[in-house]
Write a protein of this length. Sequence first.
Length: 207
Amino acid sequence: MKKNRGRTSGTRNQKKNILIVCEGTTEEIYIKGLKSKYRLATVSITVKESSGGSAIKVFELAKREEEYNKRDKAKKYDEVYCIFDNDNKDIDREIYPVLIEMRNNNYIPIYSNISFELWLLMHYESYMAKTYNNAVSCEKALKKLDINYHKTKYNIENYINKIELAKEKSLKFMKNFDVPKSKSELSMNPYTNMALLIKKFEDESNS
């Protein structure tokens, strides 16, 4: 990242502040599950749901939150993660321009193509890399493995307990790039770099 969001020497003993902004409830449930699992003592993680279902809504909320917290040095965010997916949106007009804005603001994009359900599918042994043409078909595939799955309510423990399996599958997609930087990389299907966020939680828990 271009800018240094690190603490100054006078605030070095304060907790690191991380902001995670996601598109909707599905992602929010999962991130809160991560917080519960890792219980990071030296990091303060704020999770916000944009309720907009788009990359631009995620970015706008992240920007507002960061600007607000800049007023207090103790609350200033050291890192900002933006979780969003493709969901059959227009990459040229709806995703790529927002990705550029995220990168210009040193936000870390966590992107799934075609939807966040792809990441959830990876928690199952039976999942094999497959291209899904739309979010509906991806969700249907997940419901075959988790019959009680619903976007706004699901048993998070079923997934949190199998994070390592999902992470390894995500890392295979990330061999060529850890975060998307171009339209062609945004078009890669299937793809998710959620493993990047998982590794962040793991690294902070070991620090």
